[in-house]
Design a protein around this ligand. Structure first.
Ligand SMILES: Cc1cc2nc3c(=O)[nH]c(=O)nc-3n(C[C@H](O)[C@H](O)[C@H](O)COP(=O)(O)OP(=O)(O)OC[C@H]3O[C@@H](n4cnc5c(N)ncnc54)[C@H](O)[C@@H]3O)c2cc1C
Length: 346
């Protein structure tokens, strides 16, 4: 393919937005490359997200065995799901719309990333939330479980304020925001946007003389192609760069939070448990050992129950993601090193 202005690697949350925005200019030809294929009907239902994990839509990453964590899972290894599909991890995520905390953006900016401060990115969030995009223009889910209301009331009773976690401070009421949906669908009729699924990029091609990026090498259906871009190559391939992301239901400044308005713990409420289906599927996708399944979940199989996940937002423990091999098809070595530093105090 010739005459391309931009090549985008990875059609996930980031790549889809970039493809949408760049293809607004009809004179620019854009190629969006995605290692995975199309999503399916199940991915439109947030509650069924676990049924997509370990499917062909998932990269099926696993951590290295952990000494202090993942102890209830086979081989002391946790599954680390990441989307390998048009839409990326947004296809198998919980669809919670979370802008993120002001302090984190400002922190990234202070580390030398100009343009990533909260005041820089906020207009772009608002642009996406302007309710003109039919895939985004819904402020609230059509049905809410009464348990969600009770959960919030319980938090208020304990003394935590009921706030909008998408507000500037995550501590004040601001507005409801729409759920996240792909940006690709509204753009897919544009003739200047070309999308190539099942295209696995293995190399960024750099001109040896100018040291400038010229294109990428990709593998597709057993063939290898070199593709060049006149203007830019944009790498938005998620796990190739960074694993992780933003999630959320309730953010809490505990008494250990170093600074106010920068919560250090997040509580995820799930109105069901990994035993809700009696062990038919969720038990396998999570990877429980026989022992932990029998001890914790079997007694509540098929019962009405809820799960609350506490998550550390700024853990002291540090992990690594390293290449295991020069072969790009071999998965990286993921060692989150969970709870190796003092993260929890009485
Ligand atoms: C289980 C789960 C639940 C989550 N829940 C939420 C939530 O409720 N709310 C929220 O805000 N966030 C949530 N997140 C986080 C959020 O989904 C991610 O932060 C976000 O999708 C990351 O976007 P991204 O574009 O950086 O990467 P991704 O969306 O992961 O996209 C990267 C894309 O690049 C492709 N790719 C990778 N390597 C190559 C290659 N070599 N060649 C070609 N293509 C390649 C991948 O297949 C993928 O499609 C969740 C994440 C997970 C895994």
């Amino acid at each position: 393919m010739t005459g391309l202005n931009y090549v985008i690697v990875g059609a996930g949350s980031a790549g889809s937005v970039v493809a949408n925005r760049l293809s607004e200019n009809v004179f620019d030809h854009i190629l969006l490359l995605e290692a995975g294929g199309d999503e399916n009907e199940i991915s439109d239902i947030p509650g069924l997200v676990h049924y997509l994990q370990l499917s062909d839509l998932d990269w099926k990453y696993k951590t290295e065995p952990q000494a202090n964590a993942c102890l209830g899972y086979t081989g002391n290894r946790c599954n680390w799901p990441r989307g390998k599909v048009l839409g990326g991890s947004s296809v198998l995520n919980y669809m919670l719309y979370v802008r993120g905390n002001r302090r984190d953006y400002d922190n990234w900016e202070s580390m030398g990333n100009a343009g990533w401060g909260y005041d820089d990115v906020l207009p772009y969030f608002k642009k996406s939330e302007d309710n003109k995009n039919p895939y985004l223009a819904r402020n609230k889910p059509p049905w809410r479980t009464p348990i969600a209301e009770l959960y919030v009331r319980a938090g208020v009773e304990l003394g935590y304020p009921n706030v909008d976690y998408n507000s500037r401070s995550q501590r004040e009421k601001e507005r409801d925001v729409p759920r996240q949906k792909p940006f690709l669908r509204p753009a897919n009729k544009r003739k200047n946007l070309h999308v190539a699924k099942h295209s696995f990029v293995t190399k960024i091609l750099i001109d040896p003389d100018t040291r400038k990026v010229r294109g990428v090498r990709l593998h597709r259906y057993g063939k290898i192609y070199n593709i060049f871009a006149r203007k830019e190559v944009i790498v938005s391939a998620g796990p190739l760069t960074v694993l992780g992301g933003l999630e959320g239901v309730g953010f809490v400044d505990t008494i250990y939070a170093e600074e106010p308005e920068w919560p250090d713990i997040e509580f995820h409420l799930l109105t069901g448990t990994f035993a809700s289906d009696g062990g038919r599927q969720l038990r396998k996708t999570i990877g429980f050992t026989e022992r932990s399944w029998r001890a914790v979940y079997l007694p509540i199989a098929f019962r009405d129950a809820i799960n609350i996940f506490p998550k550390l937002l700024r853990p002291a423990s540090r992990g690594t993601i390293r290449l295991r091999s020069r072969n790009p098809f071999i998965k990286p070595l993921i060692d989150p090193n969970i709870l190796t530093q003092l993260d929890i105090q009485d």
